[in-house]
Design a protein around this ligand. Structure first.
Ligand code: FAD
Ligand code: NAI
Length: 466
């Protein structure tokens, strides 16, 4: 079999690259070692986590807030098995959707593990051990990432779990300890807290969500604490010991000092993810990795070996599905001789808790470090009519604009629907717009988006409702 393009991995990077390549008339195939397409994101990441976040939010709403709206229901009960089926049906619907799209675009899909035998040659090993060799002009590696493990701590996916096990728990742990106050820890911590777990988060740094705007992270920590999360910041886990009834976790101050222990029924290890290149045979073909094990690529997603490209979590940049997808489109266009491009300055990042946290562009810390003079406009949801009437007033919108040109440099939102609201900032930034542009755009009333307009007005201290 001979192709123009073979994509290894059908996560958001790989399947999107394949579809775009096929749209551009290239004879395309994909190789995926999972039985279903969609990669980490659809199978064990974005989609199942959002299903459980949605269902657990509904549960909490019914338990804690319906009565205040005048809706009388008896105390909701949890049928976790059905909730897990709800999640799985959502996953299946999405992975089948990708299978349909591959077929629709006449892309050949091989299920098996791919190894690059030589530039232009991919060996596929099926589950039954049989091999076949495929020929191709171009290879796109989109093999994604894997869980970072803590040395000496074995993940059994039952008691000591990664995100994959935390999405599959068969009962609600009474005490859940999360190692790592990043996106996974706070999203999946939220799911199990809403369903009844006592959640303690142990984080090495002295803050949550490293990389997010500091003021946002501090406020968000306060909101989560109010919801019942407990945080042990600046703490280093030194031991995780399984006991008959659960786990004993030992940790000490990251800066050194005396250790403490906590008991847990389940421990979630969520300390980041690492690029996945195992078994690809990169050594043999001489594809270079960087010092963090990521495949090194140039501005056109090309590795140092002609005809081999890489995209998504396996290369540098934020490990996000939409970043992988945009790179998938860009690399296919480049291979087809067009001008594919990704604007890394305008990639939104969203934490899908309640309230949501959304961010795009520079943080205040980054602007200060770069010596960029900026104006900040901030508007709280307590002053937004829609948030007030809905009683979802936690959070604010913050817009950072260049002091000289007023160009929007960063937008940070904690609040209901923050993950949707951030896209108005994304469009503005993609077009090189200013806070004045956002402030002069008519926003419908009553919407949460009015808080974005008011924050833009606040950049020049002229917010109306504050
Ligand atoms: P992947 O999705 O990891 O896909 C790689 C595929 O390659 C896999 O299917 C793998 O089986 C296959 N593969 C690997 N090696 C081979 C081989 N040798 N042969 C054949 N196939 C191979 N991101 C967001 O933007 N939003 C979210 O809400 C979000 N939630 C997440 C929640 C969780 C719990 C996790 C773990 C991640 C989440 N992410 C989220 C991150 C997101 O899943 C990744 O950024 C995204 O999946 C990366 O896409 P990718 O195509 O690079 O790789
Ligand atoms: P993360 O990088 O977001 O957070 C890891 C946290 O663990 C950090 O706060 C880090 O300081 C801490 N940490 C590291 N080592 C530690 C140790 N030994 N002890 C205690 N704390 C330690 O990684 P996370 O949450 O595992 O997520 C992985 C990736 O998946 C992220 O890069 C994210 O982009 C992606 N993801 C995205 C989501 C979204 O977009 N909503 C949802 C879930 C995951």
């Amino acid at each position: 079999m001979s192709y123009d393009v073979i994509v290894i991995g059908t996560g958001p990077g790989g399947y999107v690259a394949a579809i775009r390549a096929a749209q551009l008339g290239l004879k395309t195939a994909v190789v995926e070692k999972r039985k279903t397409h969609g990669g980490t994101c659809l199978n064990v990441g974005c989609i199942p986590s959002k299903a459980l976040l949605h269902a657990s939010h509904m549960f909490e709403e019914a338990r804690d807030h319906f009565a205040g709206l005048g809706i009388g229901v008896s105390a909701p009960t949890l049928d976790l098995k059905t909730m897990q089926s709800f999640k799985q049906e959502g996953v299946d619907g999405n992975t089948k959707g990708v299978e349909f799209l591959l077929k629709k675009n006449k892309i050949d899909a091989f299920i098996g593990t791919a190894r690059i035998a030589a530039p232009g040659q991919i060996e596929v090993t099926s589950e039954d051990g049989s091999n076949q060799m495929l020929e191709t002009k171009n290879i796109i590696i989109a093999t994604g990432s894997d869980v970072t493990r803590l040395p000496g701590i074995e993940i059994d996916e039952k008691v000591v779990v990664s995100s994959t096990g935390a999405l599959e728990l068969e009962s609600v742990p009474k005490r859940l300890v999360v190692i790592g106050a990043g996106v996974i820890g706070l999203e999946l911590g939220s799911v199990w807290r809403r369903l009844g777990s006592e959640v303690t988060v142990v984080e090495y740094l002295d803050r949550i969500l490293p990389g997010m705007d500091g003021e946002v992270a501090k406020n968000f920590q306060r909101i989560l604490t109010k919801q019942g999360f407990q945080f042990k910041l600046g703490s280093k886990v030194t031991k995780v010991e399984k006991t008959g009834s659960g786990v004993t976790l030992t940790f000490e101050p990251a800066a050194g000092g005396s250790s403490e222990t906590i008991e847990a029924d389940v421990v979630l290890v969520a300390i980041g993810r690492v690029p996945y290149t195992q078994g690809l045979g990169l050594d043999r073909v001489g594809v270079q990795l960087d010092n963090r094990g990521r495949i090194q690529t140039d501005a056109h997603f090309s590795t140092n070996v002609t005809g081999i490209y890489a995209i998504g979590d396996v290369i540098a940049g934020p490990m996000l599905a939409h970043k992988a997808e945009d790179e998938g489109v860009a690399v296919a266009e480049i291979i087809a001789g067009k001008a594919g491009h990704v604007n890394y300055d305008v990639i939104p990042s969203v934490v899908y808790t309640f309230p949501e946290v959304a961010s795009i562009g520079k943080t205040e810390e980054e602007l200060k470090a770069a010596g960029t003079a900026y104006n900040a406009g901030k508007f709280p949801f307590t002053a937004n009519g829609r948030a007030k009437v809905n009683r979802t007033t936690d959070g604010f919108v913050k817009i950072l604009a260049d002091a000289a040109t007023d160009k929007v440099l960063g937008v940070h939102i904690i609040g209901p629907e923050a993950g949707n609201l951030i896209h108005e900032a994304a469009i503005t930034m993609e077009f090189g717009g200013s806070s004045e542009d956002m402030a002069r755009t008519c926003h419908a009333h009553p919407t949460l988006a009015e808080a974005v307009k008011e924050a833009a007005l606040a950049v020049e201290k002229r917010a109306i409702h504050m």
